[in-house]
Design a protein around this ligand. Structure first.
Ligand code: IVH
Length: 673
């Protein structure tokens, strides 16, 4: 029995893990596996199936239509160029546009306009042949884009087959794929929790998600699409006016943005502009203007295209993002949970984009140097859509000479310990684990909504409790009584009792939330869930070695090392002890009920077992109170050996460790084979 056997077992394991991940993504809407991990498992499975074609079965997740990850995107030549739009930033520019058009064809005046929201996403071109989607592509350079058909197929808004029967035999539908703001926020929260870099804005997120090699990733992003244009390649135009065409698109099954309106003339459009500007701010997706289109198709054709790039018959009326000027009083440093020193600007409060802004992030010291931002400078601030306030830069002409250039701190502003800047990073770090700045952020994170969810314990309360010496770390929270709080500012009988109750309530949170709350490096919410499912209790996870953690599907060596390092660090170990002493002993509800047949025993798995996958065998051992470790030592109680066992078996023999087979394991855990 051979490598083929091992491959068969691994294939089985991978298929189960991928099927489970697919179910979580598509059906339960609760993805647990990081995209990158999913990709890794998927590729491993593909490689194994490629090497062992006789093990490939039609029910393998690699055989699902459309879920085959590509190795690179291929190019697609659009049948007609994808045009862009000229911009008008003022009423005058919009009027000038109509005047130019009227010189070419006086009929445009008074012939009517249709306006649409200009959706800020990624332009797409969908080819339909006899009513079926054949190709979907990105805009690219307007002539040649990238074929992302498999990805577009995963977007529920994209019809695969059109409704009705009156479609031209060959046409290109143009539209915009976008990220709803709520989904964008959720995605970025997840990415940050997973330690992935967040997307800068919904447009980048949409474009990035559309250009994935694996359609499963695109699908998990929950993109949306609006259609706004038909390019007939073969057949009759479906309508005589643009607003009729939108109705046709809708009838064929395309989503059309609902705020489109028809106006008799440009004066009516101009009068509605303030209304549009207000509307743009309230949409559930990002929009960067209003598109004004000559309504009649015959006039559109007559006006034609400028320079092969922009149609004369449409223009984007844009509104400049709001910029405000204010005084930058001070540059301060916030110490993050990981020790990163984050510089931010303390501003003279100013209203921009409808909200009052009094601080703005400055990202890192290199950026401050590049923009030459000094304390005391007058600076321009912009708040565009979703983006948090940004400092554009200083107004150098308003300098008096009293401005102070920023010197990055050599010592941590929170604890005074020296800071380090790793050679390949732009941030400085405080490496003192006991730094009060880090501790503050760690407690805020622990109490946060996505972690232990302690209602009423926000950053201000945490600050107050720390400053008053009521707590030093999260374990102290559980010893607080209403009497400890009542003497503090802004606490009354009721709020003190409520906070103590909320803290007590957090004791019953599941293990995954506690693990996330502890702020272990690389352990985001998804990884925490995987660890909880596999290890069941804090004690079991703590006792696991790096190899055993790394064997959990979806968890790689970096994460495993970080977990081991966390528990091995004395300060963390003591904190965990204090939490346990305080009565925090969460169990993962989804782990099989524990027996005690193997209580306290250490097992090692090696080779391919006849019926059990590695994960199943490990779950059985842990379910019976035992532990699975990665390597054989004198402390190992038994090695479970299957076919093709390697060096672990030799080592067990050398050390005289007991060697058993699957049947014996099943017997010991009370499950006869
Ligand atoms: S019409 C021939 N209408 O804006 C069709 N474009 O800056 C020309 N866009 O590439 C485009 N919403 O991706 C049109 N309602 C809308 C739009 C829209 C968004 C995008 C489109 C275009 C880009 C030009």
């Amino acid at each position: 029995m051979t490598a083929r056997n091992a491959a068969a077992a691994r294939i089985n394991e991978l298929r189960q893990a991928i099927d489970r991940a697919n179910r979580q993504y598509y059906i339960e809407d609760a993805p647990e596996l990081a995209d990158a991990e999913y990709d890794r498992l998927f590729r491993e499975l593909q490689a194994l199936e490629r090497d062992h074609p006789d093990l490939l079965t039609p029910d393998s997740p690699t055989q699902r239509i459309g879920s085959e990850p590509a190795t690179a995107l291929t190019k697609h030549a659009h049948l007609r160029p994808m045009l862009s739009l000229a911009n008008a930033f003022s009423a005058e520019e919009l009027t000038a546009w109509e005047e130019r058009n009227a010189r070419l064809n006086p009929d445009v005046r008074g012939a009517g306009y249709t306006t649409e929201i200009k959706i800020d996403g990624a332009a797409v071109c969908l080819t339909y042949a006899r009513g079926r989607l054949t190709v979907g592509a990105t805009r690219g350079n307007g002539t040649i884009g990238e074929d992302v058909t498999a990805n577009l197929r995963t977007i529920p808004d994209v019809p695969l087959v059109l409704e009705g029967s009156d479609h031209p035999p060959l046409m290109e539908i143009r539209g915009e794929v976008y990220f709803p703001i709520a989904a964008f926020r959720k995605l970025n929260r997840r990415r940050e929790a997973d330690g992935d870099p967040p997307f800068a804005n919904p447009r980048n997120a949409a474009a990035g998600s559309l250009r994935q090699l694996d359609p499963a990733t695109t699908r998990s992003r929950r993109l949306r699409m609006f259609a706004f244009h038909v390019e007939v390649i073969d057949g009759e135009p479906p309508a005589r006016t643009h607003h009729e065409m939108l109705a046709v698109l809708s009838r064929w099954g395309f989503p059309v943005e609902a705020h489109h309106r028809r106006f008799p003339d440009l004066a009516a459009v101009q009068a509605a502009i303030p209304e549009f500007e207000h509307q743009l701010a309230t949409l559930p997706f990002e929009a960067d203007g209003v598109v004004v289109k000559v309504d009649r198709r015959d006039l559109q054709e007559d006006l034609g295209v400028v320079g092969g790039r922009e149609p004369r018959w449409a223009i984007a009326r844009k509104f400049a993002p709001e910029v405000a000027v204010t005084r930058l009083n001070e540059i301060r440093i916030n110490v993050g949970r990981t020790g990163a020193l984050n510089p931010y600007a303390v501003l003279e409060p100013v209203e921009v984009g409808g909200v009052t802004v009094s601080s703005a992030t400055l990202h890192n010291e290199d950026l401050i140097a590049q923009k030459d931002i000094r304390e005391g400078d007058w600076v321009e601030i912009v708040r565009a859509g979703e983006v948090i306030p940004q400092v554009i830069g200083p107004l150098r002409e308003r300098r008096t000479g009293a401005e102070r250039p920023f010197t990055p701190p050599a010592a941590c502003p929170a604890c005074g310990e020296p800071v380090v800047r790793p050679p390949d990073e732009v941030m400085r770090y405080c490496v003192n684990a006991a730094c009060p700045g880090r501790i503050f952020e760690a407690i805020v994170h622990y109490a946060g909504r996505d972690a232990m969810d302690i209602r009423g314990l926000g950053s201000e309360r945490v600050r107050q409790l720390l400053d008053a010496g009521r707590i030093r770390d999260v374990s102290d929270l559980y010893r607080l009584t209403p009497e400890d709080l009542i003497t503090l500012d802004r606490f009354a009988d009721q709020s003190a009792t409520q906070l103590v109750a909320a803290i007590a309530d957090s004791m019953t949170r599941p293990l995954a939330l506690l693990l996330f709350g502890l702020g272990i490096r690389h352990v985001g919410k998804n990884v925490a869930q995987l660890l909880a499912r596999r290890f069941g209790t804090l004690a079991t996870l703590r006792a696991a070695d790096q190899e055993a953690i790394g064997e959990v599907p979806g968890i790689g060596p970096t994460i495993a090392a970080a977990v081991v390092e966390f528990f091995a660090t004395p300060a963390n170990a003591e904190l965990v002890d204090r939490l346990i002493a305080a009565g925090i002993a969460p169990e993962e509800p989804n782990v099989a009920p524990r027996g005690d047949a193997l209580a306290g025993q250490a097992y090692v798995l090696t080779g391919t077992l006849p019926t059990l996958s590695r994960a199943d065998a490990a779950a059985l051992i842990e379910g019976a109170g035992g532990r699975v470790t990665g390597s054989v030592s004198k402390k190992t109680d038994a090695v479970v050996a299957g076919a093709d066992a390697g060096s672990k078996l030799d080592r067990a023999r050398d050390l005289g460790v007991e060697i058993i087979d699957e049947a014996e394991l099943l017997r010991r855990v009370g499950r006869e084979a």
